[in-house]
Design a protein around this ligand. Structure first.
Ligand code: F6P
Length: 567
């Protein structure tokens, strides 16, 4: 039954609204002096330490957030997700990415059917196929080993696998397993992305993995047809069977495209695109590059967090705490953005991935029952690894707008370096910043401190830092495949918690449809104008003018013959 109650009408929400006045009287400088408070804001699980003492909260704020969770039926919503109910109501689907990393003997049902055996059938098929490709028992059309992989996909069929690949690249164990192999990602429909991705590759030694849940995404399908042409032009039409495989929920379309369904790796409609990195979407390309055993460790890390999220009380539950604190920052303190700041270059693609998971999930304007929200849901996510971000946008974070920050630090570097005679190792140098920045944000620097330093009067306003800027710190023991899986699952569940509290559907994405359908109209016009010389018609003045100018220019393309990049 649809309920028309919005979370903002509940007593705990109103109570938190009133509580903001109390918090506005506090400063993190003082809150941080309360050691008991800080102790209560340290949470540890499976090697990961969360410190949220630099959030603008007191212990009673956290209690109030738990009351909000109760009013929003958070526990019941999590249970409904884990029990395979169709909580994605606008698409009538269950949300079961947790089943993708479950151990073989776990029972997770969708429509009364245990889906875990199906998951493992595909994982076993990936293990077998990737081992055959890596060992050279599956070879290309000319008998050569397929040492290079181009994964074609966009959005959730790209960003998650790219994040994990980038994170594993310098892990010693993963790097050793990937020796002599390359994994590239072709996402943008921009022909430049095709050119860049095939440069230096030989079709004879390349395997193309077409990754698309629907197998209808315009960008992916054109890129797939382009690389099919690239392979066929070099090796003949029969080569497709050896050089192209697919990952999709839509096996009939895979077949229609010309890929043998025996070379297709399935997943299911209960896996949302942006939650699909643990399905064949990520597992196939990553296993081809690193071998299945490493990817299995990644899945195990995610599974560990799945259990923690489902079974741990809210006071010690990392994703729940993170989700509630985000709701507090967005909906009560009015901070619309969140900066994701990993102090690890290996996590350089983490923020772009979380951008999609978070903004496509929670960027909604109506409740799950279709009622317009009288408050803003979702947040603007962005980020860069430290220390690069410090030399870019941190100025704004320190003295401009208040942006709650997630600092992610690693105890043991994937690639330790120490130069004899240096004060600290290179990783310690990096981590000095990880520890310093949150305090700089929280404490700031006062006029009195500056006067004590004999700073000239006219510079004091410029050198003052207000402080009281919230952040949280996550410290991971290392950045192994297992830890990468943990980090992924923490953020996936945190984002679900936010959506559950806001009462929205975090698992649909209708907002991406309108632009797609308008592009169809433009594509039709471009075809008619280029092939039949028809004038631009049916668009507003602005679009017509731009389109006409575009069509008048030299495109460098002759539509009567195939053209591939010249690089
Ligand atoms: O951007 C919209 C979207 O539907 C994403 O949710 C999805 O990850 C992406 O497109 C790619 O879709 P597909 O895997 O079906 O090609």
């Amino acid at each position: 039954m649809a309920s028309t109650t919005l979370v903002c009408d509940t007593e705990p929400w109103k109570d938190l609204k009133g509580h903001v006045k109390e918090i506005e009287k506090t400063h993190l400088r003082d809150l941080m002096n309360d050691v008991e408070r800080c102790k209560s804001m340290m949470v540890e699980f499976d090697g990961i330490l969360l410190d949220y003492s630099r959030q603008r909260v007191r212990q009673d704020t956290v209690e109030k957030l738990f009351k909000l969770a109760e009013a929003a039926h958070l526990k019941q919503k999590i249970d409904r997700m884990y029990s395979g109910e169709r909580i994605n109501s606008t698409e009538n689907r269950s949300v079961l990415h947790i089943a993708l990393r479950a151990p073989r003997d776990k029972v997770i049902c969708s429509d009364g059917k245990n889906v875990v055996p199906d998951v493992w059938t595909v994982l076993d098929k990936i293990k077998d196929f990737s081992e055959r490709v890596r060992s050279g028992s599956w070879v290309g059309a000319t008998g050569k080993v397929l040492k290079d992989v181009v994964a074609i996909g966009i959005g959730g069929s790209f960003l998650g696998p790219l994040f994990v690949h980038t994170a594993l690249q310098t892990d010693p164990e993963a790097a050793e397993s990937a020796k002599g192999r390359q994994l590239r990602f072709l996402a943008n429909v921009d022909p430049i992305d095709v050119a860049r991705n095939i440069t230096g590759l030989n079709p004879e030694t390349t395997l193309v993995v077409v990754v698309s849940k629907t197998f209808t995404t315009a960008e992916t399908m054109l890129n797939a047809r382009t690389l099919k042409e690239w392979i066929q032009a070099a090796l003949g039409p029969q080569a497709v069977a050896k050089h192209m495989v697919a990952v999709s929920t839509n096996i009939p379309l895979v077949k229609e495209f010309g890929i043998d369904p025996a070379n297709a790796f399935a997943f299911w409609d209960w896996v949302g695109g942006r939650y699909s990195v643990c399905s064949a979407v990520g597992v196939l390309p990553l296993s081809l590059q690193y071998g299945f055993p490493i990817v299995q460790k990644f899945l195990n890390g995610a599974s560990s967090i799945d259990n923690h999220f489902h079974s741990t009380s809210f006071e010690k539950n990392i994703p729940v705490l993170l989700g509630l604190l985000s709701v507090w920052n967005v909906s009560f303190l009015g901070y619309p953005a969140r900066a994701i700041l990993p102090y690890s270059q290996a996590l350089e693609k983490f923020a772009p991935h979380i951008q999609q998971v978070s903004m496509e999930s929670n960027g909604k304007g109506v409740s799950i029952d279709g009622i317009p929200l009288p408050f803003e849901a979702g947040e603007i996510d962005f980020g860069e690894p430290g220390t690069n971000g410090q030399h870019s946008f941190y100025q704004l974070i320190h003295q401009g707008r208040v942006i709650p920050c997630d600092f992610i630090g690693i105890v043991k570097s994937q690639q330790p370096i120490y130069l004899k005679g240096e004060a600290v190792s290179n990783h310690d140098e990096l981590m000095s910043n990880f520890f310093a920045q949150p305090d700089a944000l929280a404490y700031g620097k006062t006029r009195e401190q500056l006067l004590g330093e004999k700073i000239p009067n006219h510079l004091i306003p410029h050198k003052t830092f207000s402080g009281n800027r919230p952040s949280l710190s996550l410290l991971l023991p290392s950045l192994s495949a297992y830890n990468i899986g943990q980090l992924l699952a923490i953020y996936e569940h945190r984002i679900a918690v936010e959506g559950f509290i806001w009462g929205i559907n975090s698992f649909d994405q209708w907002g991406v449809e309108l632009g797609k359908s308008l592009a169809t109209q433009v594509r039709k016009q471009l075809n008619l104008s280029r092939t039949k010389g028809e004038p631009v018609a049916g668009f507003n003045f602005s679009t017509s003018t731009l389109l006409t100018r575009y069509l008048e220019g030299d495109s460098g393309v002759q539509s009567n013959s195939t053209m591939l990049p010249k690089m």
